[in-house]
Structure formats: C-alpha cells, structure tokens
Design a binder for this molecule. Structure first.
Ligand SMILES: [Mn+2]
Length: 370
C-alpha cells in the first residue's frame, strides 16, 4: 500500500503582505497530481492545514474545496490532524459526518487512541496538544510535559496494536534533536515540548508535521514532510514536496513540488539588480534582496518593486558586527576619530570623503545642541 505524507500547508499565510492563495492552490494541484500518478491509497495531512485559527472566509473556502477535491472527487481517504496553527474546534466541524467518506480528522488527544485501519496498517492520528489537554483527557495532573504525556499516549496506543498490522503514528510535535527554521512559530521554551525519539520506537513509521524543513530530523522511521511552500527566506534553498510511504517495506520516496512563482534570495548591488536589461529572476517570483551597497538608496522598496513587483524584503550584506573588539575603544579619541574607527570595524573600510564630511557636519550640529 502507498500513502502520501504531507503537512504544514498553512493555507492563508501571506508573505510580506502578499496573498499566497493562488500559489498555494497551484502547489495543491501538483500534490493532487502526485497522489494520482503514484496511485496512493490514502493521504496523510499532518497538521497546520490553516495558518490561523481564525481564517478568513476566502481561506476557509479554499481549504474546504481542497478536502472536497481529494476526498469526494478523487475518492481518496484522508488522514488529517490539527496542528498548533489550526483551531481544533473549527477544523473538527463535521468530523462525525466526514468519516463516512473516509475523511478521518482528529483534533483532540483522546481521539488518537482509536486507530484508523486502512489495508495492512493501523494509523494513530495524534493532533497537536498541550500538556493541559493530556491532563484533562487522562485525568492525570502529573502530565506536565509533552514527554510525560507522550509516554502515556504511546502506552495506550500500544494496548490497541493489532500484531498482524503495521503501526503508523501521525503527529504534530517537536521531535528531540530537530532543527528549527524561520517560519515556524517559536512558542516553546526550554525543550519541555520535545519528544525523545526512543519513545517512538514502537511505531513502524512516524509521519510528522510541525517543522517546515523536511530534513529537520535524522531518523530512519521518523519523518517531517516539510511545509507545502517556502514560507521564509531561510527556506529558499529547501526542496519542498511530499513523501510516498510504501507500507510493505516501510520505505519512503520524496517527490519534489516546485512552487509557482518561486521564492528566491538574491545578493547583489542595487545597480546590478535594477539596471540590467534583463531582471535577475522572473518578475513574477517572490524575492528577498540582500544589497551589497553601503550607500543610502532613496525610495528603495518602490524602485525594487518596479522591476520585481513581488519584492518581499530587502536587507544589507554589510551587517554591523557587534563583536567584543568593537567595544574596545580609546575613550581619549575625539568623536570623529572614534566614529571612523567604529565604521572601519563594522563596515570593513574607511569612510570616504563624502561620508566624512557628512559625519563631521552631524557631529558639529550635535555638539552645538549640547
Ligand atoms: Mn507549521
């Protein structure tokens, strides 16, 4: 049996004020095509279907349309859990009716103990939850961490294991030892939310959502699908896509999904970026620029967006490096010399004549005010 594993769609998420619904729809259609081409028997969507608990009407229509397309039109069983970005109560609306068409949707921790059986495999659908949810579900105040709660959850799931079936856990949490990327909400501190990998040993495969980099965890049987789209500049070089899990061998194959338009990061001078006869990337692409210039460039964003309408952001390559050495300065130096030294330490070259003149003028004005 073949199962498609995807997660973290974040439908409704924008990029620097740009609406991405069309880009998300296009990636969804490619995902749908992968499901058809690979003739999968079901699709796992491991949480964060929505980007916000209170999604707007257009976003709700898009998500409902996606579920209908896969489940009713393509007759594909869906195994869905809520992530930390979803509203459990809103997502669960209709849950009881959906089961009849093979749309299995869990949003509460207690629901995960009843497996969904498809073919040769038991699927345990464990939504994102907080320790307090587990305390209520299992009437146990000692469950103050996700790890403590997971020990109970996994033990209870094991009681339901059918020895003749494979056992797949679908979940949305932070697996210990994984690495974060930029577009995930960092709400947890101190590692209390981390699930140790050895706790997951009883399962043949763990299909995860939560972290947007599919390479975030290195484990044979534990896999993040990664987000459907690149949602942060730190992800521009990540290949997004989905996994096809073969339950006969419990091996997986990654299938790339290229988003249209792309999200790219360009580092160059303002002149090269704007003055060439050809733009450096397709004008439809979303672009984060890192400028190598140090001069002030008036009306920067508007001028960039004239050539690249989907400019997401712009920063400078010459970041101010506040290192120890910068703080070692001679208090006896006059302000102009001190400024010169600081400029050299941080920018990597001396001030030119124009900059010196400007700095001198400003310092004089400041001294006068005193
Ligand atoms: Mn997410």
């Amino acid at each position: 049996m073949r199962i498609l594993h995807t997660a973290d769609w974040h439908i409704g998420k924008g990029l620097a004020g740009f609406d991405l619904l069309d880009v998300q729809r296009r990636s969804f259609e490619k995902l749908r095509q992968v499901a058809k081409d690979k003739k999968v028997d079901a699709m796992i969507i491991a949480g964060d279907v929505y980007d916000r608990a209170l999604a707007n009407a257009a976003t709700v229509r898009v998500v409902n349309g996606m579920f209908k397309t896969l489940n009713l039109d393509d007759k594909l069983p869906l195994l869905v859990i809520s992530g930390n970005h979803d509203s459990p109560a809103r997502l669960a609306t209709g849950r009881e009716w959906f089961k009849d068409t093979g749309l299995h949707l869990n949003t509460e921790v207690g629901e995960s103990l009843t497996p969904v059986v498809i073919g040769d495999t038991q699927f345990f659908l464990l939504p994102y939850f907080d320790p307090i949810d587990a305390q209520h579900a299992f009437d146990d105040d000692s469950l103050t961490t996700i790890e403590a709660a997971m020990r109970v959850v996994v033990a209870k799931m094991q009681e339901r294991f059918d020895p003749d079936k494979h056992h797949v856990l679908v979940a949305h949490f932070f697996a210990a030892g994984s690495t974060h990327s930029g577009s995930e909400t960092k709400v947890n501190v101190g590692g209390l939310d981390a699930v140790p990998l050895d706790l997951l040993d009883p399962f043949d495969y763990v299909a995860l959502g939560h972290l947007h980099n599919r390479g975030a965890v290195h484990a044979e049987k534990v896999q993040y699908a990664g987000s459907l789209l690149k949602y942060d500049v730190s992800e521009v070089n990540q290949q997004k896509g989905c996994y096809i899990l073969d339950t006969d061998t419990m091996t997986r194959e990654f299938v790339p999904i290229v988003q249209e338009p792309e999200f790219v990061h360009i580092t160059d001078s303002f002149a090269n970026i704007t003055a060439g006869s050809e733009p450096l990337t397709d004008a439809a692409n979303y672009v984060q620029f890192t400028l190598t210039d140090t001069a002030v460039i008036p009306d920067l964003m508007n001028r960039l967006r004239k050539v690249y309408p989907h400019t997401v952001g712009v920063d400078r390559a010459t970041h101010v490096n506040i290192e120890e050495s910068v703080h070692e300065f001679d208090e006896q130096l006059d302000p102009m010399k001190l400024l010169n030294q600081f400029y050299g330490d941080t920018i990597g070259r001396d001030m030119d004549a124009d900059e010196q003149a400007w700095a001198q003028k400003t310092l004089t004005a400041v001294v006068k005010e005193d």
